[in-house]
Design a binder for this molecule. Sequence first.
Ligand code: IPE
Ligand code: IPE
Ligand code: MG
Length: 260
Amino acid sequence: MAENLVTVIFNYVDYKNQIKSKQLPKHIAVIMDGNGRWAKQKGLLRTIGHEKGSRAVREVVEASAELGLKYLTLYAFSTENWRRPKYEVDTLMKLLVSSLRKEIHRLQDNDIKLNAIGNLELLPSKVLDELLEVIESTKNNSRMILTLALSYGSREELVHVMKEIANNVKNNIISPEKIDETIINQHLYTQNLPDVDLLIRTSGEQRISNFLLWQIAYAELYFTDTLWPDFSKEELYLALYSYQNRERRFGKTSDQLSKQ
Ligand code: IPE
Ligand code: IPE
Ligand code: MG
């Protein structure tokens, strides 16, 4: 029912035209969820759902770049996803290699720079090599930074940050009094990215699943029942429309904001 309603609305309202280009979020992060359920609903293997998910990735990446978005971060594989059955993990890794290989030209054509965050050392060497190759060959692109969160977990990231800072304290590189939010930001995998403004999660789950816990402190959250393989640019426009019609107060009052 909810899904039908969304489809009906898409057909009648042109959200793209209502998006204000001067008020775009700087950074959108997406939890691409629901591939397995999409496949199951159709009586297919979960891994087919993952294959179909790459179409949605392509569509969202291109639509974001076209809109003028600067940072897009996609949660592709979590630290917890390593616990899935071996066949599924292996298929996801193979799919990553083939997608990176296929998409490199599209990234170049669209002037998109690829970046990756996560415990990348855990990735099979074939995936890591391909990833590093695409990162290297797109490093001078500047229209949009596309970050893939791979083998990423926010808690793992924070442990990594704390170890680095503790080592710096031990080696007298910084004093404990100097530790502040800026220093912490500088040690995160996302050190070159701004805070997340808009976090989208598909598939109806309303949880964060260990994604960018520090970076989403003041993000607007947008949940949709659409399963990831069905996600489209129209739904991205709808999420942006929703974002632009919210008041981000950052702790202040509405009155204070209107006087600014
Ligand atoms: C998201 O879809 C893709 C990954 C987590 C790798 P899922 O595979 O989680 O699909 P559901 O949630 O089981 O439907
Ligand atoms: C979150 O989805 C991870 C990715 C989308 C890559 P999951 O499907 O793994 O999340 P949970 O386990 O349902 O919370
Ligand atoms: Mg899931």
